[in-house]
Design a binder for this molecule. Structure first.
Ligand SMILES: Cc1cc2nc3c(=O)[nH]c(=O)nc-3n(C[C@H](O)[C@H](O)[C@H](O)COP(=O)(O)OP(=O)(O)OC[C@H]3O[C@@H](n4cnc5c(N)ncnc54)[C@H](O)[C@@H]3O)c2cc1C
Length: 231
């Protein structure tokens, strides 16, 4: 399977009902003598809430956004990509097991467009078919899936359910939307952020690459969009 716009397949399956109000409540609770549930009962103007929330976020009081949790389903994503994703320690994961799920026939895999455009696609596909054949042979001979999987490549796709709070989501975006992040994880995070921003447009200014906030680049090799900061 060649990289295409459909992959990875991402769905936002759970999101807070009113994240702005939840964050506003968290902020106000810190600075108010009132009981939080009383603050919550008040019908507050969204503009007023947004003003306070932006101010508090600007000040770095980021625990207030940890109360908002998002859950996504992800499929059609390579093991190369999920290996990078699971490095994020404040995310929760449930990933398709290569121990308990035995691949049958040709496993699903991704062909990067660079391979496709290089003219090596045929050889690439032949190698995947050979791996699948050998994997099948091992399974037939009674080798457990947990050992047969040793031959599966990074290109093999996976599926997962992942949850994270808004603080981690922003961190993830800041790191992985940078053009220096690997293209597949960048595409994945773009899709995840896009789904959140669709629901909460005000979050758009936070779910960006780190340089969009700082207005400078701290990467060794920048893309030129913002001036490089010499460390
Ligand atoms: C462009 C790019 C290239 C990369 N290349 C490589 C590479 O070549 N090799 C490699 O191994 N990894 C690489 N990584 C992965 C990177 O080193 C991080 O493991 C990954 O991005 C997770 O980031 P994080 O630790 O900031 O975030 P998270 O794990 O999501 O944590 C969020 C934040 O929580 C805090 N935190 C979490 N855990 C701890 C802790 N134990 N102690 C103190 N503070 C903590 C930190 O402030 C951290 O930034 C790369 C990442 C990027 C974006």
């Amino acid at each position: 399977m060649t990289e295409n716009s459909e992959f990875p397949i991402v769905h936002l399956i759970s999101a807070p009902e009113n994240p702005l109000k939840t964050i506003y409540l968290a902020c106000r609770t810190c600075y108010s003598a009132e009981y939080p549930y009383k603050i919550r009962e008040k019908d507050t103007d969204p503009e007023k809430m947004l003003k306070l929330v932006k101010k508090v976020l600007q000040s770095g009081h980021h625990s207030t956004i940890e109360h908002c949790q998002y859950t996504f389903t992800i499929s059609g994503v390579t093991r190369a990509c999920t290996h990078q994703l699971v490095r994020h320690r404040h995310m929760s994961f449930s990933q398709k097991s290569q121990r308990y799920v035995t691949e049958k026939g040709q496993f699903e895999y991704i062909t990067p467009s660079t391979v496709k455009n290089s003219g090596l696609q045929q050889q690439y596909d032949a190698l995947m078919a050979e791996i699948a054949g050998f994997y099948d042979r091992m399974i037939e001979q009674g080798i457990p899936a947990e050992d047969a999987r040793f031959v599966l490549p990074n290109a093999a796709t996976s599926s997962l359910v992942t949850s994270l709070n808004l603080r981690e989501m922003i961190h993830l975006a800041n790191l992985r939307l940078c053009v220096n992040a690997q293209h597949e994880i960048r595409k994945l995070i773009q899709k995840m952020c896009g789904l959140v921003v669709e629901k909460e447009p005000w979050l758009g200014e936070y779910l960006v690459a780190k340089c969009e906030k700082s207005r400078y680049c701290d990467e060794i090799r920048g893309c030129g969009k913002f001036p490089q900061q010499v460390k």
